[in-house]
Design a protein around this ligand. Structure first.
Ligand code: NAD
Length: 249
């Protein structure tokens, strides 16, 4: 018996990284899982509903396909997102609109289009993927941090509004996670190995977070075992948000 036997889940951005690890874990625990992504996931057992979270008709069609295939929906993981680098003066208006459109309004689009299905579920849960960038000031991440801060605040507002509907809403705040996204960032660094070491050293446990570790946290928040947990954000960051260690000389 799996914790998600008979449950139906939709993971946005589930073709790679944290989303793919989450889709795999939910499947292993018994859920039927659909992946809303621009591109297909690497496995056939995941139902691919092609879609772009920055486009309302696309999200509407993709979520409808998932709900029709499963006959309903219990879990939404809002994970699809894109990166942005730069200080507050570095990104154009177009870039601000593009990134906020994917990273914030994308969560809104997916959520509102599946709400009727979630309201009909007896174990409904939404998990939003925020970031350490929402709770700590990171250099060169003004736009990205603003987007993730918005996701965190949106999580609280949604949790309040959807309480009466029996829908729990929580977030995870990952630190730097070893995903294709971070691999791309490292490839573009002047010295990729030095950059990887610097990112690892920034997290008190001294390494990058594994996507499977974030997936496990998402699955907990999505599961009936977390029935009394709503309006929270779970950091999966090796202690980066909360700890101030004294280094040994
Ligand atoms: P990733 O690039 O490995 O995967 C992202 C997935 O989202 C891809 O499959 C991509 O196709 C999909 N996607 C992108 N734009 C989309 C769109 N408009 N519509 C539909 N799908 C789209 O990235 P990841 O590292 O797994 O990141 C996933 C989430 O985790 C993001 O929200 C990111 O902000 C967040 N996050 C990542 C890290 C990290 O260090 N990797 C840390 C904190 C938070």
């Amino acid at each position: 018996m799996g914790a998600f036997d008979g449950m139906r889940a939709l993971v946005t951005g589930g073709a790679s990284g944290i989303g793919l690890a989450t889709a795999r874990r939910l499947t292993a625990l018994g859920a039927h899982v659909a992946v809303l992504d621009l591109r297909p996931p690497p496995e056939d057992q995941l139902l691919h509903v092609q879609g772009d979270v920055s486009d309302t008709p696309s999200v509407t069609a993709a979520t409808r396909a998932a709900v029709e295939a499963f006959g309903g929906l219990d879990i939404l993981v809002n994970n699809a997102g894109v990166g942005a680098q730069g200080r507050v003066e570095d990104n154009s208006d177009e870039e601000w609109h593009r990134v906020l459109n994917v990273n914030v309004v994308g969560h809104v689009r997916a959520t509102r289009s599946v709400l009727p299905s979630l309201r009909a579920s007896s174990c409904a849960a939404i998990v939003n993927v925020a970031s350490i960038a929402a709770t700590a000031g990171l250099p060169d991440r003004a736009l990205y941090s603003a987007a993730k801060g918005a996701v965190l605040s949106l999580t609280l507002a949604m949790a309040a509004d959807l309480m009466a509907d029996g829908i729990r809403v929580n977030a995870v705040n990952p630190g730097t996670v070893n995903t294709p996204w971070v691999e791309r960032l490292l490839e573009n660094a002047d010295d990729p190995e030095q950059e990887r070491a610097a990112l690892a050293a920034r997290q008190p446990h001294g390494r990058l977070v594994d996507p499977e570790e974030v997936a496990e946290a998402i699955c907990y928040l999505a599961s009936p075992a977390a029935g009394s947990v709503t309006g929270t954000a779970l950091a999966v960051d090796g202690g980066m948000a909360g700890l101030r260690l004294r280094r040994k000389d």
